[in-house]
Design a protein around this ligand. Sequence first.
Ligand code: COA
Length: 446
Amino acid sequence: MADFNSIYESKKKSAPEALKLIRNGDAVMTALGAAEPMELLKNIHNIADYGTKGVDITNCLPMYEYDFIANAKPDIITNSAWFFSGAQRKAAKAGNMHISYVPQHLHGAGLRRMYAMREDGRRMVLLASCSPMDEHGFLSLSLSATYERLLVDDGATIIVEVNSQMPRTFGDVTIHISEIDALVETDYAPPQLPHVPSTENDEKIAAYVAERIENGSTIQLGIGGIPNALANGLKNHRHLGIHTEMLTDNMVDLVLCGAVDNSQKTLYKHKTIGTFAMGSQKLYDFINNNPSVMLKNGSWVNDPAVIGQNHKMQSINTTLEIDLFGQCASESIGPMQFSGSGGQVDTAVGAQRTKGGHSFICLYSTAMVKNAQGERGMISKIAPMLKPGAVVTLSRNDVDYVVTEYGIVNLRGRSLKERAERLISIAHPDFKDELKFHVKKHPEIY
Ligand code: COA
């Protein structure tokens, strides 16, 4: 039997040494969200000291304001992001031209970026985190299977942190020591998401959704106050299943209270399926060494054709603004990128392909925003028209249920006139007259 420990030892390096494997013009992809290798990323801007330049880093939902994001050195490192987090919003707003968003659905993410970079003749490098090696020489890519394994299979240069605190997970996360080019040993807790307490409005919205979810359904939930409230509202349901993009704390609660047993799933019965995990230590402890949880490639988990094979699939997501046609601007405020498409379209479209399946788009009826004079005021998130330049994430053709704290309406199969009426019925009372006036003034549109 091969001596995997010797192979492991031969690949061990310090972070600066490992980063020297990155060459001029490389296309680096980092593991997603909480799976990102923080020690390597906190040091990567130092490649400038070795004379390396022209490197592009593609990442998704970075959990920290790394120097390479905050401080522009465009000739050294550019940052292409397919889901903005706060650090990137801040840098983009400050006019850092080295940051740019990559439009794509989650199910195509990774692959499409990889092919685009290859088309430009760039060498691919993956920076990822792993749990420690087992006696057979295998490590786990731990908290994300979204695209990381695809890069290993495609022959990218693989540099990993072996972090003693990363959970060992199952699915498309297994990597052998022979596939790794360099490793850096680290020991820190994976980044955690703070708990978002639910508000009264979250609970109202969640109640409208929960009463439409039947026992035995398969669910996908996003993050934030509304999904947390919904998870609470589903605690008395039975035989629910999980097939989701992101595994979160609230899914652990649903398993532990007996609402989720995955017994009626049509795909991977008895397994909780996700493509990445992000939450608190409670989630990371739950998935560690847990064979009932599988992290699978995002290109499979989020493929609408795959989602559409599930039993009574229910997709629950949120949006920033919706117009009276039902177009959802979920990732930008006007033209400014706020987050990303993620899997919103994948899951909404996939869910509607299943018998008894639905997509729910949830939003508060209003938001508090600053006007040009810097004063904060209330606006309606249900608007006659989206803000100029806003990006439509979910098209009007694909929207199904829309929910605010004032009610729930179904737009599927409804005319423009019916949609406008229904959306106005769940708008904040202070804005209803304005919205009705717009429709009355423009009969040619509706
Ligand atoms: N006009 C202007 N600003 C608005 C607005 C509107 N219509 N709606 C919200 N905002 C502002 C809020 O005031 C808030 O600003 P603040 O940060 O200064 O307080 C900010 O935008 C965020 O709004 P919020 O409602 O708190 O959004 P969120 O943090 O809950 O994120 C999405 C919601 C839509 C951005 C997020 O769910 C997303 O990215 N969705 C698309 C991807 C997806 O659905 N993936 C699948 C699930 S994982």
